[in-house]
Design a protein around this ligand. Structure first.
Ligand SMILES: [Fe+2]
Ligand SMILES: [Fe+2]
Length: 274
């Protein structure tokens, strides 16, 4: 069951005088990836084929992800008149295919690993939409991002609870779980987001260049984060791998990650400027 519907958003409060073009380009790209949720839902159903409870939860999850895409796409069309959400998504769908579409078992090597990877994604999206909500002065985008961030947090909880159940059964070690989590964090710079940024912000005749597109996306996306957004995302990641999410170790990890992220953001921004 959805926790909100697109018609709950106060669309009539849209204020074009408060738009930030940099955020508009991020929202358009995010709409592509969100709308693509059902492909991942299909894969999850194959991986968890004998777990009907989880299968039903994954189906519901993918319906909510599609709604995220639809809400962001609906917001972005008047924000960038001339841009068409459905056309951009059709372009994305034609050119990008999840690398795991044919897999019958988890590409993470176990169901626990799969669920840890899902927790990492939801940690990222939950903190990211909170950052976007705080970064924008446009009231409708702020409302949409807050609604999505709350969903993403619930998604984290969903995958986390199932992960704990599978961890008791599969009992994979801490270092293995940590490796899966770090690997999934690194994948955020793969084609999924870069190609979404390309399809939603470049003319079809322009060539796709991964490095240029991921720099365009990441320089802006990382720029929306404040310390507390990263702190929240990392607390969730630590919880997923079994490290206490609060305390001295967690604070140290956040401060290192913050410096790393700022440096990376500057590098991406320099690439864009060049
Ligand atoms: Fe989402
Ligand atoms: Fe989600």
């Amino acid at each position: 069951m959805k926790h909100w519907r697109i018609d709950d958003v106060c669309w009539d409060q849209f204020d074009p005088s408060r738009l930030d073009p940099s955020l508009v380009s991020l929202v358009k790209a995010a709409a592509m990836v969100e709308r693509n949720g059902p492909d991942y839902g299909t894969y999850l159903n194959r991986v968890f084929h004998d777990d009907p409870d989880f299968g039903a939860a994954a189906d519901n999850w993918s319906v909510e992800e599609v709604q995220h895409g639809d809400a962001l796409g609906r917001w972005a069309m008047p924000a960038d008149p001339g841009w068409n959400y459905e056309e951009a998504f059709a372009r994305y769908k034609t050119g990008y295919h999840l690398p795991l579409l044919d897999a019958d078992t988890s590409v993470r090597g176990s169901r626990t690993g799969e669920l840890i990877a899902r927790c990492i994604v939801e940690s990222g999206t939950s903190s990211y939409y909170s950052a976007l909500a705080d970064a924008t002065d446009e009231p409708v985008l702020k409302q949409v991002c807050k609604l999505i961030a709350a969903d993403e947090y619930r998604h984290f909880k969903l995958f986390y609870d199932h992960m704990k159940r599978y961890l008791r059964r599969e009992n994979i070690g801490f270092l293995h779980r940590l490796r899966i989590a770090l690997g999934r964090v690194g994948e955020s710079e793969d084609d999924e987001l870069a190609y979404a940024f390309y399809c939603s912000n470049s003319a079809p005749e322009a060539p796709y260049q991964h490095d240029r597109c991921i720099a365009g996306y990441m320089s802006r996306a990382m720029g929306t984060y404040r310390y507390h957004h990263l702190e929240r995302g990392i607390a969730m990641i630590l919880k997923a791998v079994g490290v206490p999410p609060r305390g001295r170790l967690a604070s140290l990890i956040v401060s290192i990650a913050w410096r790393f992220m700022q440096r990376r953001q500057r590098r991406f921004a320099a690439q864009v400027a060049a």
